[in-house]
Design a binder for this molecule. Structure first.
Ligand code: HEM
Ligand SMILES: *[C@@H]1O[C@H](CO)[C@@H](O)[C@H](O)[C@H]1NC(C)=O
Length: 367
């Protein structure tokens, strides 16, 4: 339990004081039931009413003076202090642990856990609804993807494997679930030769009551641009161009599994490399409905696939101009993806003064 992990600090008084305050926060957070809500600007508020049991426990455990209660601002400030107290070096060491585990466990799928970690980061963040100001607004902030309830959303089929892959690393370090799952997406992209993704810590684990409702993530059988906009623009706040780059680069890696989604196969010939190949293939191949007993999907190339939702990127005139641009210009594609993916991971999260960081790949550290 993270409340007690905080006591593992070995250094002096300041850190111990911080650890004590943090433990109180952790106890209060753990026992509060859905006390976090959102304010009108779309950021989270902490409601300063932990259950009586929680406040009692934190005072008794930590010897808090009766007059000192953990109020909302203190809670938020302490969390910010906690995050900024950790150096970039600390998060680089978590990055390295994830990257090393990806290298070590290379018998998954096409040889990498990278793609499924990117999908975990996206589904963990993509449940966000900018019009929902309740505790169930979703996104990566509350770390609710750690609960079976969210993992059982049919859209998340298969992602428990990714969460399990990361669990030993979470136990070794002091990091919230939302921070870990989003950081793992950054590692996946960068270690598969993708662009640098700016990232920062600041998400906290909130109770299961904060789990967002199902059906926020997109339905792959929908084949129109307006459907994609209903998810990515209306709920998540992205532009047409951002949606195109997110979907096209995201589906340049990994594959579909009949056991997860019912769909089958990879989109590109290089499913463990981040590229603009998806855009090139979408334009160059002749995509035909696959004749099989599974759900409607398209076949092209030698054994490649497109989802109906992927085909919408070509059918919608406004989307298609961006597909053409990204097929021609890989550098532009990677730069735009980097910005859009960082934005996706931060939807609905307020970071205070915490500044974005950039991490080195394992290769870059070898020199
Ligand atoms: C309209 C939007 C989207 C739809 C309908 C969609 C749908 C799907 C489906 C059905 C799968 C197959 C899952 C499986 O069977 O294991 C999949 C896989 C994947 N998606 Fe998406 N997706 C969308 C957007 C995105 C975005 C924005 C990203 C990331 C930026 C992304 C990244 C991935 C990755 C990396 C995989 C492969 C996972 C693996 O290899 O295990 N997708 N997606
Ligand atoms: C589709 O597959 C079935 C069974 O394999 C086959 O009998 C049929 O001729 C195929 N249809 C087309 C249009 O290829």
């Amino acid at each position: 339990m993270s409340a007690f992990k905080a006591f593992n600090f070995t250094a002096g008084n300041t850190q111990r004081l911080l650890a004590t305050a943090l433990a109180a926060v952790a106890v209060a957070t753990a026992t509060a039931t859905a006390t976090a809500t959102a304010n009108s600007s779309g950021n989270w508020n902490f409601n300063p009413s932990p259950s009586p049991k929680g406040s009692h426990a934190s005072k008794a455990l930590l010897g808090f003076a009766a007059s000192k209660s953990v109020d909302a601002d203190a809670l938020k400030n302490t969390l910010e202090a906690k995050q900024s107290a950790k150096s970039q070096e600390y998060y680089q060491s978590i990055y390295n642990a994830i990257a090393q585990k990806i290298q070590d466990e290379d018998d998954h799928d096409d040889g990498s856990f990278g793609p499924i970690l990117v999908r975990l980061a996206w589904h963990n963040s993509g449940s966000y609804n900018q019009h929902d100001f309740s505790a169930t607004r979703g996104g990566s902030y509350a770390g609710t993807m750690r609960f079976e309830r969210e993992q059982k959303d049919p859209a998340n089929a298969g992602l428990t494997l990714a969460a399990q892959f990361l669990e030993p690393i979470r136990q070794k370090f002091d990091i919230s679930h939302g921070d870990l799952y989003t950081l793992a997406g950054v590692v996946g992209i960068q270690e598969m030769s993708g662009p640098k993704i700016k990232w920062r810590p600041g998400r906290v684990d909130l109770p299961e009551e904060s789990t967002p409702p199902y059906e926020r993530l997109p339905d792959a059988s929908q084949e129109t641009g307006d459907y994609i906009r209903s998810v990515f623009a209306d709920r998540l706040g992205f532009t047409d161009k951002e949606m195109v780059v997110l979907i096209g680069v995201g589906h340049g890696i990994g594959r579909c599994h009949t056991s997860n989604s019912g769909f089958d196969g990879p989109w590109t010939y290089s499913p463990t490399m981040v590229t603009n190949e998806f855009f090139k293939l979408l334009l160059s191949e002749e995509w035909k409905i696959r004749n099989w007993s599974g759900p409607r999907q398209y076949a092209g190339g030698s054994g490649l696939m497109m989802l109906p939702a992927d085909m919408a990127l070509k059918k919608d005139g406004k989307f298609k101009q961006y597909v053409e641009e990204y097929a021609k210009d890989e550098e532009k594609c990677m730069n735009d993806f980097s910005v859009a993916f960082a934005k996706l991971l931060e939807r609905g999260v307020s970071f205070g003064d915490i500044k974005p960081m950039t991490f080195k790949t394992l290769d870059e550290q070898e020199e």
